[in-house]
Structures are given as structure tokens and as C-alpha cells.
Design a protein around this ligand. Structure first.
Ligand code: MN
Length: 211
């Protein structure tokens, strides 16, 4: 049976310490209770380097990985995924710009969203996920608009304080060696805007899109 439980109060400390919420319109965030479908989102983020932020809800926060080249649907391809600080669940609806000079300054697009579940053998999904994160092998099944099916995240080491993982597609009917979704889809899954469109709008209006 699933139990509802709040994430610890300290859960988003690192996230908050990196940001000045007087300057950025990113959410301050609050850990949320668990016990329903787990949220999944990928945000395309044009910061100092373009990358794709994969976020998976775990224990009321979004576990996050920066994937420089984005996920591949080809099982022969391994994509570097650098684990970054946990983000609040409210971040999933953030699309807009982070001011230049602030942490992560640049344009953010909601590139994919939906839900995810544990893809491993443990029938207790919560336990399986925690074990996977601890042991450095997390099997996931994405149910997004653009990405579906099984991937595995494998931890390979650390670069400074940031754990490095590889993100690899598992063989299933959603796998293939054709065009990559990150190249095929260049618009927001929510607002259909391009990166340039998002930046333009934010600069003109000073507003960010919010669900
Ligand atoms: Mn990012």
C-alpha cells in the first residue's frame, strides 16, 4: 500500500541557496506529499551550454539530471546525465527566462511532460526507486508526450560534487535508430513556442508562463 508522506523540510535547501528569488521568477518551491502518479518533465535549457533537464519525482521533489545532448531513443547510445540539485515539483510548469547573471541564466522550455514509474523488479515502487538511486542503477519507464518506454540511469562516477550517470534507452517498441526526438521536436510541448519565441515574449512582457 502506498503511504502519503511529506519530503523532509531540508529537501530543497541546495536549490534555494543557488537562487535569488527577488531576481528570478523560478518558484521557491515546497516539497509535496507523495502517493499519486509520479511527475516527469524534461526542460530544454539554453544556459551557458544548451542541455536538457530530466526531472523525475521522488519523495516529493524532482530528482534532476542535466543531459547535454538530451535523451536518445537508440539503445546503442549512452548519454551523459549529470545529477544536479533536487528541484521543487512546481518547477515542472516553469517556462520562460532566468535573468542573465543569475544561476542557470537563459531560456527554459517545457520540452516533454507526463508521468513515470519504476521499471525494475521490486514490486514496491518506492523502495525500488530509493534503492536504485542509492546503488546507482535506476530503471525507469517514461509516459510522456514525446518520450515513452524504458530507460536506465547508471551512475558512473563524480565530477566535483555532481554525480555522473549515463542515460540509456532499453529495448522496447519505443526504441529505434531513426530521427531523435530531441532533434525532431523544437517547440514547447505546452505552448508550442520555440526557444526564441519564449525569450522574446519574456523580454517583452517580463512575464513567465505559468500553468
Ligand atoms: Mn538546467
Amino acid at each position: 500500500m502506498k503511504t502519503r508522506r511529506a519530503a523532509p523540510r531540508k529537501a530543497l535547501q541546495v536549490y534555494r541557496s543557488k537562487r535569488d528569488f527577488a531576481k528570478t521568477s523560478e518558484p521557491r518551491g515546497r516539497p509535496r506529499g507523495t502517493g499519486r502518479e509520479l511527475a516527469y518533465v524534461i526542460q530544454k535549457h539554453d544556459a551557458s551550454h544548451l542541455h536538457f533537464d530530466l526531472r523525475l519525482e521522488v519523495d516529493g521533489v524532482m530528482k534532476s539530471w542535466a543531459v547535454p545532448r538530451g535523451p536518445s531513443v537508440n539503445p546503442a547510445v549512452k548519454r551523459l546525465a549529470v545529477q544536479v540539485e533536487d528541484h521543487p515539483v512546481e518547477y515542472n510548469t516553469f517556462e520562460g527566462i532566468i535573468p542573465k547573471g543569475e544561476y542557470g541564466g537563459g531560456t527554459v522550455m517545457i520540452w516533454d511532460r507526463g508521468s513515470w514509474r519504476f521499471g525494475g523488479d521490486d514490486p514496491d515502487q518506492t523502495r525500488g526507486i530509493r534503492e536504485g538511486l542509492r546503488l546507482g542503477k535506476l530503471e525507469i519507464v517514461l509516459q510522456g508526450r514525446r518520450l515513452r518506454g524504458a530507460w536506465v540511469l547508471v551512475r558512473t562516477g563524480k565530477q566535483g560534487s555532481k554525480p555522473q550517470w549515463l542515460l540509456i534507452k532499453q529495448r522496447d517498441r519505443h526504441a529505434g535508430d531513426g530521427p531523435e526526438p530531441v532533434e525532431r521536436y523544437t517547440r514547447s510541448v505546452v505552448t508550442r513556442r520555440t526557444m526564441a519565441g519564449i525569450a522574446d515574449h519574456a523580454e517583452r512582457t517580463g512575464k513567465r508562463w505559468k500553468q
